[in-house]
Every structure is written in structure tokens, then in C-alpha cells.
Design a protein around this ligand. Structure first.
Ligand code: NDP
Ligand code: 8X3
Length: 251
């Protein structure tokens, strides 16, 4: 029996690469994001490999999240795996000149959004006494870096929530995995720098960053461990990276 996996942020980057990989490995997929056109195209692409459903919602809107998950037909309601991946950085400003709308976006999406999605799915996992939750944190949730302030705070919160989930869900046999990537080339920097492509591409120059497919492979590995094994907490860097602030660049 194929496991059912719900992936948030499946329209781009790590979520998209994960959807593509899992589609080829005996999982059926519920793909989530706001951009419906991308979800529809992905569903068409992956349906040759596995059954897919799409849900378009904004993780910031608790009622929208709940309504979307409730709209699934009964045979899609028993979600075995939740991948809390949706998230972004908004801005890279020192705290004294940070924008409130950027702070709100990061706290609302990365922290509250993760909670809203989790609360719609965890009850069916506790009822069935099984499940696996994978939260995508960041090295920014392990180390603070200059101008990272609120993004780092949001990812420290994801790390704390991951640990808290692991404790609270332990009596139910639910696995909880935290994956904390370093620099991965996705649309992340384009979003952080508000569409400034030149500035975004600069982040990945002079070294080989991770590809979203690298993180997808780690996720697949975590999902295919035996029942008695959980990968609890993983930091994944490109080889050129040694910490949040140290990257060996050739330029
Ligand atoms: P992308 O920008 O490529 O993808 C972000 C995804 O999140 C998109 O699918 C987007 O979908 C979704 N998303 C953003 N805001 C919302 C929202 N309000 N409601 C629903 N979905 C939303 O970035 P990445 O793939 O890099 O990011 C994925 C995760 O990985 C994030 O949590 C990020 O913090 C984390 N991460 C990224 C790193 C990197 O270097 N790239 C390193 C460490 C962690 P849509 O816009 O369609 O809604
Ligand atoms: C994304 C990686 O270093 O830009 O979480 O914060 S970083």
C-alpha cells in the first residue's frame, strides 16, 4: 500500500524536487502551494507515475488550510507523511531598519503556517498511532547570522517546534524529522530580494551550492528507514559551506 504524503511548498525548489522524486518511489502525493497553475502542471507531469491531488492555499490562513485539507475525499484523508516545507526569507535588513511586513510574512508563513498545517493533520496521525512529520528548518535555525534576525528567529522556532512535536507525539509512535539545509539554489533568494535576479544569483556564485534534488534525496532516505529508526535532526551543507557565515568561494 502506497503511503500518502502531503508536501507544502510543492510549486518550487525543495518541495518541487521532493514531489518529483517521491512520485517515482511508491508514494501518492498531495501537492500544496498558492500558485495553482504550477500545481496543475505538476499534477499533469507526475500523474504518469503516481496518484496526485493538489490543494491551493495560503498557509497563513488557518481557515483556508483546514478547508483545503477537509476537501480531500475520504481515501486521501489518512495522510501518512507531512512535509512542512513552505517558507521563505523576506528581506535581509539589520533589525533597526527591518520592515514590519517582512517580519509578519516570515513569522506568519514559516512559524504559524507550519502550525496551521500541522494541526489539521496531526489528529488523524494520533488516532491511527502512526505517521511521519518532516519539518524543513535551516542552518538559520541553528546559527544566527548578520541581518538574518527575524528569518533566523522563525527557523529557530521551527527547530523548537520540531523538538516539541517529537516529544508530544512520542507516545503515538509518530516519527518527527528536522532537516536543516545550508545554501540551496532555489527561488529562495529571489523571494528574499523581492525579484532582484542579479542580487539573488550572486548568492550562489563562486561555489557549488546544494541543488533542491540533494535535499529531496535526504527526505527520501528519511522516509525509507525501517519502522524502528527515525532520523531526528540533520544539517546538510554544500561542501563549500562550513557554517551559516563561512563559505569557501573561488571569487
Ligand atoms: P522556494 O522559494 O523555491 O519555495 C518556497 C515554497 O514555499 C514555494 O513552493 C511557495 O509556493 C511556498 N510558499 C511560500 N509562501 C507560502 C504561503 N504563504 N502559503 C503557501 N505556500 C507558500 O524556496 P525553497 O525551496 O528554498 O524553500 C523551501 C523551504 O526550505 C523553506 O522553508 C526555506 O526556508 C527552507 N530552506 C531553504 C534554503 C535555501 O537555501 N534555499 C536553506 C534552508 C532552508 P507558492 O509561492 O506557490 O505558494
Ligand atoms: C536558507 C539558508 O543561509 O540563507 O535558510 O539562511 S540561509
Amino acid at each position: 500500500m502506497k503511503r500518502t504524503v502531503l508536501i507544502t511548498g510543492a510549486t518550487s525548489g525543495i518541495g518541487l524536487a521532493t514531489a518529483r522524486l517521491l512520485a517515482r518511489h511508491s508514494f501518492r502525493l498531495i501537492l500544496c502551494g498558492r500558485r495553482l497553475d504550477r500545481l496543475q502542471a505538476l499534477q499533469a507531469e507526475l500523474s504518469v507515475h503516481t496518484a496526485c491531488r493538489i490543494l491551493s492555499f495560503d498557509v497563513r490562513e488557518a481557515e483556508e488550510v483546514a478547508a483545503a485539507v477537509q476537501s480531500l475525499l475520504a481515501d486521501w484523508q489518512a495522510i501518512d507523511v507531512l512535509i512542512n516545507n513552505a517558507g521563505n526569507a523576506h528581506g535581509l535588513d539589520p533589525i533597526q531598519s527591518g520592515k514590519q511586513y517582512d517580519w509578519d510574512a516570515m513569522i506568519d508563513i514559516n512559524v504559524k503556517g507550519l502550525l496551521y498545517v500541522s494541526q489539521t493533520i496531526i489528529p488523524s496521525m494520533t488516532e491511527r498511532k502512526s505517521g511521519h512529520i518532516i519539518n524543513i528548518g535551516s542552518i538559520a535555525g541553528k546559527e544566527v547570522y548578520p541581518n538574518g534576525n527575524v528569518y533566523c528567529a522563525s527557523k529557530f522556532a521551527v527547530d523548537a517546534l520540531t523538538k516539541g512535536m517529537r516529544m508530544d507525539l512520542n507516545p503515538f509512535g509518530i516519527k518527527v524529522t528536522g532537516i536543516h539545509p545550508g545554501l540551496v539554489e532555489t527561488e529562495f533568494s529571489l523571494v528574499r530580494f523581492k525579484g532582484d535576479e542579479a542580487r539573488a544569483s550572486q548568492v550562489y556564485k563562486g561555489y557549488e551550492p546544494l541543488k533542491p534534488e540533494d535535499i529531496a534525496e535526504v527526505i527520501l532516505f528519511a522516509l525509507t528507514r525501517p519502522a524502528h529508526v527515525v532520523l531526528a535532526d540533520l544539517v546538510v551543507f554544500p561542501t563549500a559551506q562550513a557554517s551559516a557565515t563561512q563559505v569557501k568561494k573561488d571569487i
